[in-house]
Design a protein. Sequence first.
Length: 447
Amino acid sequence: MAKQGILKPLEEVSGISAAAPVLRAESRAKKADNTGEGTEALTQSLQNAIIAGNIPQIVMYAITLALIMSASDVHIEPEEKTVRIRLRIDGVLRHIVEYPNNIHPAVVSRVKIMSSLKIDEQRVPQDGRTQVTTEEGRNIDLRVSTLPTVNGEKIVMRLQDKTKTIPDLPELGLKGTSLEIMEGFTKLPNGIILVTGPTGSGKTNTLYSILHRLNQVGVNIMTFEDPVEYQMDGLNQSQVRPEIQYDFSTGLRTALRQDPDIIMVGEIRDQETIEIAIRAALTGHLVLSTIHTNSAVSTLTRITDMGVKPFLITSSIRGIISQRLVRRICEFCKEEYTPEAEIAAEIKEALKNIAEKDIDPALLRDMKLYRGRGCEKCNGLGYKGRIAVFEILQMDREVGQLVLQSAPDSQLEDQAGKGGMITLHQDGFIKALQGITSLEEIFRIAQ
């Protein structure tokens, strides 16, 4: 059998001190195979390390398994009698193994040493980071967060592949009308474009896809992020540090003195930041940012609640993109089925006014939906990978008039629909009919 992949601390091979926040990930024949024997063998190696009480190997195998299974996060969670390790794969947590809680302090210390955290501080949360470099040259950024709980310190490690290519807009899941509107946003000379959605919904990916389109030699693009997740040539990227009073509003204020054409702000969190962003938009700059709301239309209400005057909203905001991530059905075990009459009627009602360029009418006439049975390739889950569903609001004259009149969200949504906006539900139903995702996934993320 092929040699098992082991993450070795760099100090073991180069003499670097134990606190160096860099790791070397040794690969193996099944390094890209996250299914079948490769995953099972690695899980067994993790269990053997737990039995042997080998703390460095427990941590290294857990991270390696996360890399192999394309997990976004590793959760190490102490409970009353045991500690469980879970991986977030395609947005859903999956239980992997448990280990005795008597070795948990040593595991926590090991992770803290790797990420340059204080091992003697257990009373307050801490944040740190380290790196994993795979044999094939992938640089994986590991953001570590610790949290005191009643059973001990919980650890979450987020994996960010820094060598991952930036997807183009169609690769995100944009098609038809939504893609046309989004491409129109990339040609705007000024204004604010907001991306909204919960944590982990792909907002940063969407922003970088837009920036990739905008990144030209004759344009000065500045970004203010926390943290900088992707490094892109041609961009002036800055990481904010709230602990020294360098926050998003400070960065935005500074950007206006740096002769920018386009500014990207990681998140709009308060009135001061949105007011500076509006000032930048009204003085000829294009501003991109994120904000936490439930839908594109409710973002307008949220900004109003921040104290922004309606006339400033209509004169500065050009578009709002709401998105969620849904799991893709595994192509190896996908099967079709005929939905119940009630479900079919609901889908047809939701899509009755959708243009033909957005959905083939034949999909509605002979309605079929899809699901995954579960197989070796998808670890029995029936899903493999994720794609975004979108809701894109374009600030046209009619929507602007309703904002000035403080119209309710329902009225704003009706008018946006007349202007071509496809809602999250509608985009989800379209992708379900196309066999990309399942109906259960759509109901999970867009009730």
